[in-house]
Design a protein around this ligand. Structure first.
Ligand code: SF4
Length: 765
């Protein structure tokens, strides 16, 4: 076990001095760049003998431990022979609301530097100064304290005393973790075909601090084949932390199971799962203020004790474990999971905690990122998710309503909202047939939004309970944030109706932004069973020439799936005509292959139409997907697919929906799958704009917008059939387009032995 504990000043003081309650009331913050600019502004006023950005470090022995503390103070100022530490803080609060007692953590930080300076220069005393600079006015207010060397020494010992129990646990835990990672063996007797190759490539990626794109089919055991090598690499000193990102709750559970499995074979690492705030919140409404929520009240006074209790006793920190300790220590479960994510060895969470500029884990410092490997599960989903994260939209009506609501109360807001309302009206005039596409951001609009944001902040800081103002403020702020990212990968779309005008900044190609977000992490692994065509996903997810790529073949004999193509047209205009043949085909499939079937359709409307016709003429038991099903309803739907049923069951579902990806109905639970149509997304304005965008960029817009995403959904839905080595079943692809080259070349190798049904409606084996 290493004897010395290395810790930076900031996490040390934050740990020892945080106190009080969670307060999600409206608060403005300065951005990192803005903060740096303000810091530099103060530092420029320093005298000749003053120094800025001064590195300090010190060693303190406490009990049997040695603490090596490091940090960099903003300023070391000289007044004759007298030294002064200057700690600069930028604030968006009016300076009248800042006093000497406002931020104990800041004082603690400055005192740490004071102690280190006293030690280094052998001083008896030193002055500590906090300099606050207001972000808008650039006004400055300063507070000073004189500290003797012995006071500072006492302060440091007290701080170390508070931190020591956590440090002790951490030191012991890391030693155990590293040893267990080193000696851990693969949690199965043998590697499945392809599994060793995937695991080996992931290990090399982490070792070489690279990025990997891996196409790994169902059955390969993707989760364990990616997690295990990262753990092994950690044992060898390549990285200290893992982020396992998923798009769905169900895949989060699979990752937890993989940790559980490794734990049973000796792994001692902590793994926390983050559940969305709305889902895990204990209260009826998520009003995170001490007056409403007892779990917010005094949260920071209790969190250290709660966290330590949990970390000492648990390693697999699932939602229920978090809930249990949150109740025991009266802590907000969501904040607790976030706090734990900075300490845990592995974090399982949604993509947005790392990729979305609105919610990303802000406290994940560069140093931690450098030691972190990011695993992105089912990364084909990230294309659409990233498009959502990096796009922004505004409408006219909230501004009109705010203009009216604040007319006699606050001229700043009503004026800014009126101006924006006018801009929207001007947009309406410039549209042709109600729409307009631009390839740039309207700078004037951004200036107006900036003014609106500033005016809103003045009101929201006093009374943050105007929901419309708050909501519009956040939308405007997000719009400004996205506008800063705008480049040739975006378009601006304006749509005007009779009473509403909408402006949207569309990010159609998120590749560059994803590249930016992944930067700074030790290694990144994007993997999916359905990266087809590979080049499309590489293009969209930000592939770089130096990145690695690997494709693993399916470990299952392809004969286990009998694949049929029924060349019936499912195009919108033909659906009525082909409906009787389709119903007859689906009926015969179940007759020929009794058991449990899932039939997938391109839309709810089409599914319901076929369902109606099917149930009117066929006796087989059926179940149908509803839009917006609760978790319980989904579970009930899947539980119907039991392996010991006496009669057949047919489930009607939509491609791209909750049952077409991430679910495992093994063995007899599912013996047949039919995918009706080629899965194309809707031909709506957004998709049409995207098509034009890619066409104009020299890529095939139809394929990029419709065919590739559509066939991805088909592959995912069809992929529900064979989940294990012993699974057998029948896969039916219904559409005459499956015989066109464009679609056929996207069929996976495992389906290419298909047979074509010349008379689909008479299908019988
Ligand atoms: S329990 Fe709910 S309301 Fe309370 S702080 Fe947590 S998220 Fe907010």
């Amino acid at each position: 076990m290493e004897d010395t504990i290395h810790v930076s000043v900031r996490p040390l003081v934050e740990y020892a001095f945080r106190s009080g309650s969670i307060d999600q009331r409206f608060r403005t913050t300065t951005t990192l760049t803005e903060g740096t600019r303000l810091h530099q502004m103060v530092q420029k006023t320093y005298g000749e003998r003053d120094q800025k950005e001064v590195p300090f470090d010190t060693m303190i022995n406490y009990e049997q431990m040695t603490f090596h503390i490091e940090g960099r103070c903003d300023g070391l100022l000289m007044n004759g022979n007298h030294y002064m530490i200057d700690e600069i803080k930028s604030t968006s609060l009016p300076l009248s609301e800042v006093n000497e007692q406002t931020h104990p953590v800041y004082w603690a930080q400055a005192k740490c530097y004071g102690y280190m300076a006293v030690e280094k220069y052998n001083l008896d005393q030193i002055t500590i100064q906090l300099t606050y600079i207001q972000s808008e006015s650039n006004d400055i207010i300063r507070f000073q304290q004189n500290q003797t060397a012995s006071d500072l020494r006492e302060f440091m010992v007290h701080m170390i005393e508070t931190y020591a129990p956590f440090a002790k646990w951490k030191q012991k835990h890391i030693a155990m973790r590293n040893e267990s990672c080193k000696t851990l063996s693969f949690p199965f007797d043998t590697y499945r075909e392809g599994q060793r190759k995937l695991a080996g490539t992931v290990y090399k990626t982490v070792q070489e601090e690279a990025t990997l794109f891996a196409m790994a089919p169902t059955g390969i055991g993707k989760t364990i084949s990616t997690l295990f090598p990262v753990i092994k690499a950690m044992g060898e000193g390549f990285g200290k932390k893992i982020f396992y990102l998923t798009a769905k709750t169900i895949t989060r559970e699979t990752a937890q199971e993989a940790f559980h499995l490794m734990e049973k074979t000796g792994l001692q690492a902590s793994c926390v799962t983050i559940t969305a705030r709305d889902k895990i919140c204990f209260k009826e409404k998520t009003i995170c203020q001490k007056e409403y929520c007892e779990f917010a009240d005094g949260y920071y006074d209790r969190v250290n004790e709660g966290m330590l209790d949990l970390l000492i006793n648990e390693t697999l920190i699932t939602r229920s474990v978090i809930e249990q300790y949150a109740i025991k220590h009266q802590l907000c479960p969501f904040e607790l999971s976030l706090d734990l994510s900075y300490t845990a060895d592995a974090v399982i969470c949604d993509y947005n905690y790392l990729f979305d500029p609105r919610v990303s884990l802000k406290r994940l410092i560069e140093e931690q990122k450098k030691q972190t490997t990011v695993l992105v599960d089912e990364a084909h989903n990230l294309v659409d998710r990233a498009r959502e994260m990096y796009s922004a939209e505004l409408t006219k009506s909230p501004f009109l309503n705010l203009k009216r609501a604040y007319k006699n109360h606050h001229n700043g807001i009503s004026g800014a909202a009126a101006e924006l309302n006018r801009t929207f009206l001007d947009y309406r005039k410039s549209t042709q047939n109600g729409s307009l596409v631009l390839s740039e951001v309207d700078e004037e609009l951004i200036v107006q939004l900036d003014t609106f944001v500033q005016e809103s902040e003045k009101v929201l800081l006093q009374q943050g309970n105007d929901e419309l103002l708050l909501e519009t403020y956040f939308l405007a702020q997000n719009f400004i944030r996205i506008a800063k990212l705008y480049d040739e990968r975006f378009i601006t779309y304006i749509e005007a109706g009779k009473s509403e005008v909408k402006i949207k900044l569309f990010c159609f190609d998120p590749s560059k932004l994803l590249q930016k977000m992944r930067k700074g992490f030790r290694a990144n692994v994007f993997f999916s069973a359905t990266f087809t065509p590979f080049s499309y996903y590489q293009n969209m997810l930000g592939w770089k020439v130096e990145d690695y790529a690997v494709r693993i073949p399916s470990p299952f004999p392809r004969e286990h799936a009998e694949v049929y193509i029924a060349p019936l047209s499912t195009k919108y205009r033909d659906r009525e005509r082909t409906l009787p043949s389709l119903v007859s085909l689906l009926e015969n499939v179940v007759k020929a292959n009794p058991g449990n079937h899932l039939f997938f359709f391109p839309s709810y409307g089409y599914m319901e139409e076929v369902y109606g016709a099917y149930t009117a003429s066929v006796q087989t038991e059926t179940i149908i997907q509803k839009s917006g099903m609760t978790e319980q309803e989904r579970e009930d739907f899947l539980n119907k697919f039991s392996s010991d049923r006496k009669t057949s069951l047919v489930g009607f579902a939509v491609v791209g929906g909750v049952f077409s990806e991430g679910i495992d109905l093994k063995g007899e639970r599912l013996t047949g799958v039919a995918v009706v149509g080629v899965g194309l997304p809707n031909f709506d304005t957004e998709h049409q704009l995207m098509k034009t965008y890619f066409d104009q960029g020299g890529r095939n817009g139809f394929e990029y917008t419709y065919v590739y995403p559509g066939m991805n959904r088909v592959q995912q839905a069809g992929g529900r059939l064979i989940r294990t080595e012993s699974d057998h079943g029948l896969l039916l692809l219904v559409d005459n387009r499956y015989l066109e080259k464009r679609y056929q070349q996207l069929l996976p190798y495992e389906w290419q032995h298909y047979k074509v049904l010349t008379e689909p409606s008479k299908f019988l084996l």
